[in-house]
Each structure stands twice: as structure tokens, then as C-alpha cells.
Design a protein around this ligand. Sequence first.
Ligand code: FMN
Length: 182
Amino acid sequence: MIGVVAAATGGLGELRSGLIEPALNRGFRVGVTLTPTAARWLAAAGELDAIAAATGLPVRSQSRLPTEARPHPPVDCYVFAPASANSVAKLALGIGDNQALTQLGEALGDPTVPVVVFPRINAAHARHPAWPGHLAALRSAGAILVEGPAVFPLAEPAEKPVRPLPWPAILTAAAEALSSPL
Ligand SMILES: Cc1cc2nc3c(=O)[nH]c(=O)nc-3n(C[C@H](O)[C@H](O)[C@H](O)COP(=O)(O)O)c2cc1C
């Protein structure tokens, strides 16, 4: 069971075709949780029902009531892709102010659940003085970062053409994390 978590970045609209359907085709179960902004974007694109139909699970973006059952089965590996600069920073700091970050933050502190993170950022985000520290914090917590010039060279803000997201590398990282004992 892969818990796909996605934030509001470029390429989010490809989440189903780029990551969810390929993961399902490889035999994984998939449950999707979105940041509130990502949920708004995918709702506007008409993708929420399509993702729920493909995965057979509700798409989460809000916390459950304390009296409600968890809507997704237990997750074996989280894939946070695409991750925004904003949500990567919050995750590194342990902020869980939405359902997506709550799940990821808990998994990051659980040595039995691998967390793969693909930061879909631009070069300006990476020049923020706190950015290297955020990546270091995630790495030291055991997160598997899909990033670097060979995987996703950073563009300047508004640079064209838009670079494709490395969906196959992201899914491979999750499959490897699930197949290697922790
Ligand atoms: C059209 C558009 C594209 C954006 N693309 C990115 C992006 O690729 N990466 C990123 O980190 N932020 C991007 N942002 C900014 C984030 O959406 C913004 O920081 C938002 O607060 C992130 O919320 P979330 O982390 O809760 O999903 C974009 C915003 C807009 C309006």
C-alpha cells in the first residue's frame, strides 16, 4: 500500500497518469492524500472522482472526525510527489497543519515506513537560505529524496519549456524502498 501525498505545484495535474496509474499497474494499492490547495486544483481539473475511481479509495484532504474510521488502510510506503517548497519546509520542521503533512510527519518518525520525497521546486526556492537545512533534516530522518541535476534539473521561475516530472524515478524509488528490508 503506497500512500501518495501531493502538494500544489506544477505537474500536479499529471498525478493520476504519471504516478497513480503506473503504481496500480505494478500491483500496488494506492491511497491519495492532498494538501488543501492541491485538492482545490485537482477538483477544478475534475480529477478527484477519477482518482477515487482508479484507486477505489476516497481522496483525502481533510482530517477525519475523531469518531470516524480511518478511510485508508495502513500505508507501507509514502510517496510525497510533487512536494512544494512550502510543504517540504513544513515537513522538515514537523508542522502538521493539514492532513497531508500530519500523515507524512508521523511516517517520518516511524522507522518502519519509508518516505520518498520529490521536491518539485525551482532554482529560486533552492536558493532560500533555509532550503539546504530542510533537505538535510529530511535526509537525517531517513527520507529518500528524489532530486538533483541528473533527476530534475532546477529551472528558474517562469522558465520555459517546463521540465517533465521524473515520475518513473519516483515510482522506482518507492518500489526499491518497499523491496529492501529496513
Ligand atoms: C500556478 C502555480 C504554480 C506553482 N508551482 C509551484 C511549484 O512548481 N513548486 C512550488 O514549490 N510551488 C509552486 N507554487 C506555489 C505553491 O502552490 C504555494 O506555495 C502553495 O501555498 C503550496 O501549498 P501546499 O504546499 O499546501 O500545497 C505554484 C503556485 C501557482 C499558483
